[in-house]
Design a protein around this ligand. Structure first.
Ligand SMILES: *Cc1c(COP(=O)(O)O)cnc(C)c1O
Length: 341
């Protein structure tokens, strides 16, 4: 297959329109059979539920070329399961898991020319999204929905290696204790925009959000879960009902236990104890792990012993092992790497 003429190494994390996307519509209580289309535009009522009341959920996963030349994606079954939970919480219909997985394969196959070659550092980012397409004016769930999966090639998250970032403890809250923080919904991002622009203007790369009830416990950033390494080499991740269950974080915890023989624990982590941690990273599909060098809490600096030059040693091992599994250099647990072609 002939690849598109794209400068893979210089791609940014942005949208490029590709050839084909999958679209299925929900009407009269059922999903239609769905179709692959060239049409990247969505045409809906000005009064659509998504436009008026933000009734929309999404996913993010990557397809990439392995060392032996196959195109694969990573644990898409977990994205299918997660969007089901997200849809239910926003009173949206569930798009069946098997059909979600088939559609991922179809979109990747139809856009194989856009899947970056092995070793380029770039990947093909897939965006499944579901939104309320019919008109609502009184506040209630819509009657009609669209489910769509499109993809776009994206560049390596860190050009020239991952440098540790400095983040701040935010004065804003991300999610209410019994709210929607655990689902992947656009509404959680709309309200984070002011907080992230504020952090960027102050020179920080990201926000650390605290639990809104007590403001003493670490939750997550706008789009990535925390992972800490203690001074006795234990991997600890925050436990909270209002953080998004990151597939990358859950995979890294399993890698820590099964591949690196480390102890790993999901538990509540107070901001107070963060100063005693040896390493800190942010986990998500886009970067796998972004190392954190420093956290600033209202002028008080927490500098991790791993420093501002490179990832901490355990973080690096976790990163190398998980990306090794993803790229086919290391044998992963059964079902983690899904071969598409
Ligand atoms: C998507 C997302 C993550 C990362 O999840 P992955 O499955 O690892 O990509 C973390 N936090 C939030 C708020 C997210 O939306």
């Amino acid at each position: 297959m002939e690849k598109k003429d794209i400068d893979w190494g210089n791609l940014s994390f942005g949208y490029i329109k590709t050839d084909k996307r999958f679209v299925s519509n929900f009407k009269n209580g059922a999903w239609d059979e769905g179709t692959m289309t060239d049409d990247a535009m969505v045409c809906i009522s000005e009064c659509a539920g998504v436009i008026q009341y933000a009734q929309t959920v999404f996913e993010g996963l990557k397809a990439y070329t392995t060392e032996d030349g196959h195109i694969v994606c990573f644990r898409p079954d977990l994205n299918a399961a997660r969007i089901e939970e997200s849809a239910k919480r926003l009173e949206m219909p569930v798009f069946p898991k098997e059909r979600f997985l088939e559609a991922v394969d179809e979109v990747v196959k139809a856009n194989a020319a856009y899947v970056p070659p092995y070793g380029s550092g770039a990947t093909f980012y897939l965006r499944p999204v579901m939104f309320a397409s019919s008109a609502v004016i009184g506040v209630k769930p819509a009657e009609e929905y669209q489910f769509r999966i499109f993809g776009t090639p994206v560049g390596p998250y860190f050009k020239g290696g991952a440098k540790p970032i400095t983040i701040k403890v935010s004065d804003f809250d991300r999610a209410a204790p019994n709210g929607t923080g655990h689902i992947k919904a656009g509404l959680n991002y709309a309200m984070s925009l002011h907080a992230i622009v504020t952090a960027h203007n102050e020179g920080y790369a990201e926000n650390l959000y605290l639990d809104p009830k007590t403001r003493t416990k670490v939750e997550e950033t706008g789009g990535a879960n925390f992972l800490f390494v203690t001074k006795d080499n234990k991997v600890v991740t925050p436990k909270s009902t209002s953080i998004l269950p990151s597939i990358t974080r859950r995979s890294l915890v399993q890698v820590a236990k099964e591949y690196l023989g480390l102890e790993a624990e999901e538990r509540e982590i107070t901001l107070e104890e963060v100063k005693d941690m040896a390493e800190c990273g942010l986990c998500g599909t886009a970067a796998v792990i972004s190392p954190v060098g420093k956290i600033v809490d209202h002028g008080k600096e927490i500098a991790f012993p791993s420093g501002m030059e490179k990832m901490g040693p355990i973080t690096q091992k976790l990163y190398d092992t998980l990306t090794g599994i993803q790229m086919g250099r290391i044998e992963g647990p059964a079902g983690w790497v899904h071969k598409i072609m």
